[in-house]
Design a protein. Structure first.
Length: 183
């Protein structure tokens, strides 16, 4: 096989990972310019210390559409939307009612509803977290830098390694902080 033919074949195969020509990759990382939705301005920024309490909801009927970073949206993958974190980035999401924790790949923008929602999870992430697929759930969302093995699994639609649940004493403290915040 000639060098040009081999390069073309490799390029075509790598494009298959993301569907329709856009491979699922962690590069380039996009931060983006400030943008406004429904009268509110969002300012994307790198924030390695991001650690917030709020609510998660899930989304999924957009199957086949494009995410904000150009990837094909797959509702059963472990992904999420966030208003300001870099795309892609990784977060640990903890369900405050059960203590279950998962690592999620952020590759889209949202949620854009007023109120305490801080993340929209794909259907796959919501199921893995143990959320009912109705309404919202109280969560903690922390920016993390998972090992490459976990990143690779998430880039290929598989969950990262299982994380141990958060101890009940810590959960009570987090729930109290959330309720003190007025949510």
């Amino acid at each position: 096989m000639r060098a040009g033919s081999a390069a073309a074949a490799i390029l075509m195969l790598s494009a298959c990972a993301g569907g329709n020509g856009r491979p699922v990759s962690d590069m380039p990382v996009k931060i983006g310019q400030p943008y406004a939705i429904r009268g509110k301005t969002y300012v994307p920024a790198a924030d390695p210390s991001y650690d917030m309490l709020g609510y998660a909801s899930w989304y999924g009927p957009e199957s086949g559409g494009r995410t904000a970073n150009g990837e094909l949206f797959r509702p059963d993958w472990i992904t999420a939307a966030h208003t300001t974190l870099p795309l892609p980035s990784y977060v640990e999401v903890t369900a405050l009612d059960t203590g279950r924790r998962i690592i999620v790949r952020v590759n889209d923008r949202g949620p854009f509803m007023r109120g305490p929602r801080i993340i929209d999870l794909s259907r796959g992430a919501a199921k893995l977290l143990g959320m009912t697929l109705q309404g919202q759930a109280p969560v903690r969302v922390r920016a993390v830098e998972p090992p490459e093995k976990d990143r690779d699994r998430l880039r290929h639609g598989k969950p990262a390694r299982d994380l141990p649940p958060v101890p009940e004493k810590v959960l009570r403290n987090l729930r109290n902080q959330l309720s003190t915040a007025g949510y």
